[in-house]
Design a protein around this ligand. Structure first.
Ligand code: CA
Length: 493
């Protein structure tokens, strides 16, 4: 399918909040004759320290390490939110979840509160933008953006979807159909292909392998077409409930308990990536495929993960909550760089992918990320001077952080206060420098204040308890945080 070589330059419209607006402007081609395929591999709850290329000494990930070595590793890559749903919603909308009302996971099937909820259809997803630009689009794995028919992946820009709509699935069956009351546990429901339950799986089929199989099929099929493809491998590994194949467990004789199972699960994902790469090589698509690897949030230390030197874990706005392993690999398209330390965000994937796809964006499209491809060419990028934010609502308080360059300002408990860390010299966030660098505190606090001011009320809450607490406690308590103190510690709970 021929697509007009429309190309957009970025007009950095700071609005009130420093959002970036992309506008269509000129015609050009930066990246060669053929637009690349895009393979986005997203791990689920993978810790920063749990891949070889980030220094893991016990978990081996040879396939990921090879791609990382041949490509470019980003040492400071951030998921947009420290847990699953909002992180994925942000990745595909290109918006901070709080700005569009989706900072909570969707309620589970069994709650009965999930049915009418999902990422608003007014939000144009990355998948739709790429599909409209002539890409064949596929999603294999976890969705978590809405259960109702209007929110289904096939209605949101994905030609092909094999996977599950909720927050997870069991790695081994048996699965079963949802009942009329909708009370079958999300993880137990059959995976589906384009809306039809897949009842063919046997008891030894392993979900990570099944998803890899589907990805390989998609690559082989699309290689016969002239159109480029966007394949989103949305693995649920190594998210709980931990379960692994015996062969994979046997590769880690020195490990025990949850760490052993977790390691085997990461290894299975790595095996799958190897098979995807083999399929790309067989079909001669590898050279012109941009492969991006990311995790949707940090690892859970209570479930066998390690975030390396980072403090905190999944759910935290500390580094361990949302700084994740990341690399890019694209032999034909980008100059290989060993490692890039410039902070980047999963929000940056939308504008970067749209750019290389020569995709047309609506003039009023607001995207919170920036095109990071210039970093790969050693050129100046808007990523060089912008803050990356995170906010996590707990039951009766909110935790917030903002990072610009080496500096990170964080409010990480009910009581505060704001702490400042120099991540270049203190990656583990141990030494509060807020008294030493008041100007840095002030600058970041201004950025954070502007960002918070654009947040809207959540469209839903994961639990009734959270909904009640939000109203009762006058959440999200941003004013108290910005004024530097909080009475949250006095609140009975
Ligand atoms: Ca996750």
């Amino acid at each position: 399918m021929k697509v007009p070589a429309v190309f957009f330059t970025r007009s950095l419209a700071k609005l009130l909040i420093g959002l970036v607006v992309l506008s269509i402007a000129a015609v050009s081609r930066l990246y060669g004759e053929e637009r690349p395929n895009i393979l986005l591999i997203l791990a689920d709850d993978l810790g920063y320290g749990d891949v070889g290329f980030n220094g893991s000494e016990d978990i081996v990930t040879p396939e990921l390490d090879r791609l990382a070595k041949e490509g470019t590793v980003f040492s400071s890559a951030y998921a947009v939110h420290p847990f699953c749903g909002p992180s994925r919603m942000a990745l595909l909308t290109g918006r901070y979840p709080h700005a569009i009302g989706v900072p909570y996971n969707l309620p589970s099937y069994s709650s009965g509160r999930h049915r009418d909820k999902g990422v608003p259809t007014a939000e144009v997803l990355l998948s739709s933008v790429l599909k409209n630009a002539g890409y064949a689009t596929g999603l294999m794995g976890k969705w978590h953006l809405g259960h109702a028919p209007e929110f289904h992946p096939n209605q949101r820009g994905f030609d092909e979807f094999y996977g599950f709509l909720g927050g997870g699935i069991l790695y081994f069956g048996p699965y079963q159909a949802q009942n009329e009351e909708g009370t079958v546990w999300d993880y137990r429901v059959y995976p589906e292909y384009n809306g039809v339950s897949d009842k063919t799986l046997g008891k030894d089929d392993y979900m990570t392998d099944i998803l890899s199989d589907k990805g390989v099929e998609f690559i082989r099929k699309q290689s016969k077409s002239d159109a480029p493809f966007f394949l989103f491998m949305s693995y649920n590994a190594p998210h709980t409930l931990l379960a692994a194949k015996q062969d994979d467990l046997d590769r880690f004789p020195a490990l025990e308990g949850k760490r052993k199972i977790y390691a085997a699960m990461v290894y299975a994902l790595d095996r799958g990536v190897g098979r995807l790469v083999d399929a790309l090589e067989e079909t001669k698509e590898l050279e012109n495929t941009l492969i991006v690897f990311f995790s949707d949030n940090g690892g859970r230390l209570d479930q066998g993960a390690s975030n390396g030197e980072l403090r905190g874990a999944k759910g935290d706005v500390q580094e361990g909550g949302f700084r994740t392993p990341m690399f890019m690999h694209w032999p034909e398209g980008i100059e290989r760089r060993q490692i890039i330390d410039t902070p980047v965000s999963a929000l940056d994937l939308f504008p970067s992918f749209a750019r290389i796809a020569n995709a047309e964006l609506a003039e009023n499209e607001i995207l919170d990320g920036v095109d990071i491809l210039p970093l790969l060419r050693g050129e100046p990028s808007e990523a060089d001077d912008r803050a990356i934010f995170a906010a996590r609502h707990r039951m009766v308080h909110t935790e917030v952080s903002g990072r610009n360059d080496r500096w990170k300002l964080i409010w990480e408990s009910e009581e505060g206060p704001w702490r400042l860390y120099d991540l270049e010299t203190d990656i583990s966030e141990q030494h509060d420098l807020s008294d030493v660098y008041p100007a840095q505190v002030s600058a970041l606090l201004d950025d954070i204040g502007s960002w918070l001011s654009e947040h809207i009320e959540p469209l839903w809450f994961y639990s009734e308890e959270e909904a009640e607490a939000w109203a009762r406690e006058d959440m999200p308590k941003y004013e108290e945080m910005l004024s530097g103190d909080s009475d949250a510690s006095e609140v009975a709970h």
